[in-house]
Every structure is written in structure tokens, then in C-alpha cells.
Write a protein that binds this ligand. Structure first.
Ligand SMILES: Cc1cc2nc3c(=O)[nH]c(=O)nc-3n(C[C@H](O)[C@H](O)[C@H](O)COP(=O)(O)OP(=O)(O)OC[C@H]3O[C@@H](n4cnc5c(N)ncnc54)[C@H](O)[C@@H]3O)c2cc1C
Length: 360
């Protein structure tokens, strides 16, 4: 790698990667950057890391993830590979908040073709049908799909996946008829623009072909009866049978006493097969657990003392969230902008006062 000048004082460098920190006697003395095969060490005693977390780093994700990695579908920034986090971890930064993921809804993903997409299956995944977890049990009020954060978090908490169930009668109905339900994406965007929602989904004229396509792509299964379906999706047969029997009862009584799903969605009892199960899995927008910081955005060690000259913002700063993203979508962007502004103010203060006075 050529050592060449990349940086002139006061310049903003784009398309340039921060590669490593230069450290002398435990203190930051510079940062090495790389651009188009050239490297340069820029002298500095102050760094603000803002690389967007580490969702693009498979090893780190596996270390901090609380579900099997194959159950996580990543929609986040692949260039966020935790470089700055790892540089400051070497200086003793507290990494205890690192394991928080921005869970977002759930997706029907083909394990054999990540690029596979089908509009019908996408829409069905966004509706509150009957959902069962890996034990074959219901686990939530399925109209949680109308809140992306809560939906993402419940999916994550179930091991990162669940199945939604349909039967032939329902599918035949959906082929020709509109459902008086709402697509969760429509609901979310309408709430942002204060528009009314349509309460109309479908019909899905190609639903059979679309389901067969999902079956071919290993994310949906068909069976003549529930016992067979339980075998195919690897859940307890007795749990699946009791879940469906109980769900049918709640539908008949038009009252979800178990989870409180709105009576609007208590349609389609499962009287007979064939039955279908579609797998939905955890989806993330990125990591939002970063290094521990204080309200000046200074990066802290485990003993809560700052690493002098080190700041972290946005997804690189931890401690904002407890264990998951809350139902206040928009705060991760808002925090990225605001923490950047606050870190900028801190850096100005540090440079004005000097290290000795600032850290006294
Ligand atoms: C599909 C999607 C939808 C989202 N929707 C919302 C939403 O509706 N509301 C909301 O609040 N949030 C949303 N988010 C999350 C939000 O985008 C992030 O929380 C926010 O962008 C984080 O900002 P950041 O500055 O920490 O990181 P980023 O915006 O990811 O910026 C980090 C930058 O650092 C660069 N970088 C990485 N490593 C290095 C390196 N070594 N050297 C130099 N540069 C490096 C990256 O390329 C990137 O450009 C969404 C995220 C995704 C993926």
C-alpha cells in the first residue's frame, strides 16, 4: 500500500476509509485512512466515530446476536463493519451495550435465494393471520404487525422466526375477494401523512401460483392435515392442534381473550385442509447498541471514565436503548443527527479548553 498524501488541512474526505488509530502511551495520536490504494496517517488527538454500527460484520453480529444468525435478515448498511468500535475497544471502551439490534417487522425470505421476492407473499406477511412460533403456539396479538418495531422485537424474542397459517378455503376466498383489512405498510405510511387507510387488501388472483412459488423456494409448506403440517415445519403436533382448536374457538366467539386481537381480524376458522404455513423471520435495519457514552458523547471505559479524545455518535453510541428498539420509529435517525451535533459541540469545547482542563 502506497503511503501518500490524501488529506489537506480542513478538507472533508469522502470515499475514504478510516483504517486504524495511532496510539502512543494509551493516547490517540492519529488516524490512518485509505483511499484508492493510498494510505495516510492524519495527526489528531480527537476522533468521533460515526460508522453506523457493525451490522456488516458477520463475526461481530454472530458474537452479539441472541438468535441463530440464519434467522436474521439484514436490510442494513453492509459497510458498517464496526471498524471504529473495534479501534476504541482496543483502548478499553465499554462494549457492554453492543448487543442491541434495530429489529424491524418480519420478512418472508427464501433461504436458498435471498433475492427471491413475491408481492402476494410480501402482502400476506404484513397481515394479522394466525401466527405460531417454533413450538407451534400462538405467542402474540398478530395485529402487532401494525407497529414495525414491536413486530420486529416479538419476532426476535421468539428465536427470530414464526409461521403464519392459511388453509385452502381462505386461499380460495383471497383469490377472488378483497379483505377488509389493512396492509401494515399502508397503515404506517398513512399514519405519517395523516391519510385515511383503505381497509382493502387483495384480491390475489395469482395466490395459488405465488404460494407454490414460495413452496418451491423453501419458505412455505403445504400439508393435507395439521399433523402433517407440524411435521413439515418441525413443531409439536399436539401444540399445533391445540393452538388451532383454541383459535377456532376464539373466532367462533369473536373474542380473542388470549391476546386481544381486534375482532375485525377474527375471520377464517381452520375447519379443514389443505393447510399452508409460511415462514417469516427477523429483519434488522442495523445495530443500535454501540460503545458506552455519556451525555457529552465521550466514549467511556468500564469504570465510566472517558477515553480522552474519543467520541461516538449514532449507531456507534450505546446506552440509548435498553434491549430493543422502542415503538418510536424515527429516533435512530434523530439520534444520529443530534448526537453528531452534540459531539461536535463537545469537540469544540475540548479543543478550546485543552485536554487538561476539559477532562479535569
Ligand atoms: C432500510 C432502512 C430504513 C430505515 N428507516 C429508518 C426510519 O424510518 N427512521 C429512523 O429513524 N431510522 C431508520 N433507519 C435507521 C437509520 O438509517 C440509522 O439509524 C442511521 O442512519 C444511523 O446513522 P449513523 O450516522 O450512525 O450511521 P450511517 O447513516 O450508517 O452512516 C455511517 C457511514 O459511515 C461509513 N463508514 C463505515 N465504516 C467506515 C470507515 N471505516 N471509514 C469511513 N466511513 C465508514 C458508512 O459507509 C456510512 O456511510 C433505517 C435504516 C435502514 C437500513
Amino acid at each position: 500500500m502506497k503511503k501518500e498524501k490524501i488529506y489537506e488541512k480542513g478538507e472533508i474526505l469522502t470515499e475514504t476509509t478510516a483504517v486504524s488509530l495511532q496510539i502512543k502511551k494509551g493516547k490517540i495520536t492519529g488516524i490512518e485512512v485509505e483511499r484508492e490504494g493510498r494510505r495516510q496517517v492524519i495527526k489528531t488527538e480527537v476522533v468521533v466515530i460515526a460508522e453506523g454500527g457493525y451490522i456488516g460484520n458477520k463475526e461481530l453480529v454472530t458474537e452479539y446476536l441472541q438468535i441463530e444468525p440464519h434467522n436474521l435478515y439484514n436490510m442494513g448498511e453492509r459497510k458498517a463493519t464496526g471498524d471504529g468500535i473495534q479501534m476504541l475497544a482496543k483502548l478499553g471502551a465499554d462494549t457492554s451495550s453492543l448487543g442491541v439490534f434495530e429489529n424491524h417487522a418480519a420478512s418472508a425470505v427464501s433461504p436458498t435465494d435471498l433475492k427471491w421476492y413475491n408481492d402476494t407473499i410480501f402482502t400476506l406477511t404484513n397481515l394479522p393471520f394466525l401466527w405460531v412460533n417454533g413450538e407451534g403456539k400462538r405467542f402474540v396479538n398478530e395485529d402487532i404487525c401494525y407497529d414495525f418495531a414491536l413486530w420486529g422485537n416479538i419476532t426476535y424474542s421468539q428465536g427470530g422466526f414464526y409461521y403464519y397459517l392459511l388453509n385452502q378455503k381462505q386461499i380460495d376466498y383471497l383469490k377472488d375477494n378483497k379483505l377488509a383489512w389493512t396492509h401494515s405498510f399502508e397503515r404506517t405510511f398513512a399514519s405519517l401523512t395523516n391519510d385515511p387507510v383503505t381497509h382493502k387488501v387483495g384480491p390475489f388472483p395469482g395466490i395459488m401460483e405465488d404460494l407454490n412459488d414460495a413452496i418451491k423456494n423453501n419458505l412455505a409448506w403445504k400439508a393435507d392435515n395439521l399433523n402433517q403440517l407440524a411435521g413439515k415445519i418441525n413443531v409439536s403436533t399436539s401444540n399445533l392442534n391445540s393452538t388451532v382448536a383454541r383459535y377456532n374457538q376464539l373466532i367462533r366467539e369473536h373474542d380473542d381473550r388470549d391476546f386481544g386481537k381486534s375482532a375485525n381480524y377474527l375471520e377464517f376458522p381452520f375447519e379443514k385442509g389443505p393447510y399452508y404455513a409460511v415462514r417469516a423471520q427477523s429483519t434488522t435495519l442495523g445495530t443500535i447498541g454501540g460503545l458506552t457514552v455519556n451525555d457529552q458523547l465521550e466514549v467511556l471505559k468500564k469504570n465510566k471514565k472517558p477515553i480522552q479524545g474519543a467520541f461516538a455518535v449514532g449507531n456507534d453510541a450505546g446506552g440509548i436503548y435498553d434491549t430493543s428498539y422502542p415503538t418510536l420509529e424515527g429516533i435512530s435517525c434523530a439520534f444520529a443527527w443530534n448526537s453528531g451535533r452534540l459531539a461536535g459541540k463537545s469537540v469544540i469545547e475540548l479543543l478550546k479548553q485543552g485536554f487538561k482542563e476539559y477532562y479535569e
